[in-house]
Design a protein around this ligand. Structure first.
Ligand code: AMP
Ligand code: MG
Length: 427
């Protein structure tokens, strides 16, 4: 049984000529098998990589009891009598410079946030809540101002030694690098980087630097794909522009399948006369579906290639530049994360009112390029771009989000809530 057969077993019947986005994503996620090799890299080099194994904390965090507020540390039993509590200040405990004595009954220690709790103390009264009526030697506060044990951070309360600090499948972001450093960890096990080959097809395409003859245009898909793949942190293999020639396409697919874990093509997967890509894909592998109930991005072939004992996932993207980007974000991205061994990376969908009406036919998912911005009162709203044709890259470049209208959705009135998927988050 091939992995594809496994992936498709038990799925509902589907129409390969009219795939819903949901089902296509499910099939892609089930087909993609994580690469297995794991390597150890320095923490800084692990940025964007996927953890291969759980990282177990070698330390308790915090490693010692410390103050959560600036104030005075004392024994909570002093509160038992009620009324006013008056304590003598026996010394100071600063971050990195602890108090080395013991606070006796009737005493407290001036303490700063993060400083070691002195022996004999289990409670901190914040400095704003004390009076120093008897001079700097004494503090007074009502017993009702604090309960025993308050404003103290306990050993291991953030993370206990021996417990997982990060789980396998986690894609490492800046906070994870910091967390690893906070545990004194210098190297982590990560899955090997996946290799993604891509090429454009079309006799009309020219590469940047070449002159344009009548009817020619510059290949932009290899640039948007390059950008999106770089952001995912994969190794890219740019195989250039391939003519609409069955032999050339076959040769390139074979080369790509031998060298890469996934192959992305653009163009040639619709039903035009020169659309050989789909034909070749079917010859060299198994194409599971080729047309989406989605806009933009209706032509979209997905399957698996097999050449000389090598296997690669295959994504046959449409030729139109905006459709390439929409297909990549909404279909390819999930599959690549699965290959990388990453846990599913859900994309937040946020409901926001639309400033204009949007015409929508039920029966397909639409991803409209749009601009999310705050109005004069600071309320967020979204405006779909003026031109939504699949060939127009300008509005894709001007937009900062997709408005996502699911299959069942019909016409949308101005002011209605629509789901927004933002292109970028924090760095
Ligand atoms: P196709 O899917 O090959 O029929 O291409 C659909 C449309 O996208 C045609 O107008 C192509 O010229 C255009 N197109 C295809 N590939 C690219 C590319 N790499 N860069 C820019 N436009 C492209
Ligand atoms: Mg073409």
């Amino acid at each position: 049984m091939t992995t594809l057969d496994d992936a498709l077993a038990g799925l509902p019947d589907y129409d390969p000529n009219h795939m819903t986005v949901e089902l296509a994503r499910a099939i892609i996620a089930r087909t993609a098998r994580a690469v297995s090799a794991i390597e150890r890299v320095a923490v800084r080099d692990a940025l964007g990589r996927v953890l291969g194994r759980d990282v177990i904390s070698p330390l308790n965090v915090p490693a010692f009891e410390n103050a959560a507020m600036d104030g005075y540390a004392f024994a909570g039993s002093a509160l038992a009598a009620g009324g006013d509590v008056r304590l003598r200040v026996a010394g100071r405990s600063l971050a990195g410079r602890p108090f080395d004595g013991v606070a006796a009954a009737g005493e407290c220690v001036r303490i700063m946030t993060g400083a070691l709790m002195p022996a004999g103390c289990d409670t901190v009264i914040p400095q704003e809540q004390v009076r120093r009526a008897d001079g700097p030697e004494f503090v007074t506060f009502p017993a009702s101002a604090v309960t025993p044990g308050r404003h103290v951070r306990h050993i291991g309360e953030d993370l206990a030694a021996g417990h997982p600090a990060l789980h396998a499948g986690k894609r490492l972001r800046p906070a994870a690098l910091g967390l690893l450093a906070s545990l004194g960890i210098a190297e982590v096990p990560v899955r090997r980087r996946i290799r993604v080959a891509f090429f454009s097809t079309g006799d009309e395409l020219r590469s940047v630097g070449e002159p344009l003859a009548p009817g020619n245009l510059y290949d932009s898909n290899r640039y948007t794909l390059y950008g999106m793949l770089q952001r995912l942190g994969v190794e890219v293999l740019d195989l250039g522009v391939v003519a609409d020639d069955p032999q050339a396409i076959e040769d390139t697919l074979r080369m790509a399948c031998r060298d890469a874990d996934a192959v992305i093509t653009s163009g040639g997967v619709s039903v035009g006369e020169a659309d050989f890509t789909r034909e070749m894909m079917t010859r060299l592998g198994n194409v599971v579906f080729w047309k989406m109930a989605m806009r933009p991005g209706r032509p979209f072939a997905f399957g698996e290639l097999e050449c000389d004992g090598h296997r690669a996932l295959l994504f046959g993207l449409p030729g139109n530049p905006a459709a390439v980007m929409a297909s990549f974000y909404h279909l390819v991205r999930d599959g690549l994360f699965a290959l990388m061994g990453a846990e599913p990376q859900a994309v937040p969908r946020l409901p926001v009112p639309t400033t204009t009406a949007i015409a929508k036919r039920p029966g397909r998912t639409e991803f409209l390029r749009a601009i999310l911005a705050a109005d004069g009162q600071g309320r967020w709203q979204v405006t779909v771009a003026d031109a939504q044709s699949a060939g127009i890259l300008r509005t894709m470049s001007e937009a900062n989000c997709f408005v996502t209208l699911d299959t069942a959705r019909a016409d949308v009135a101005a002011g209605e809530l629509v789901d927004v998927i933002v292109f970028d988050g924090l760095v």
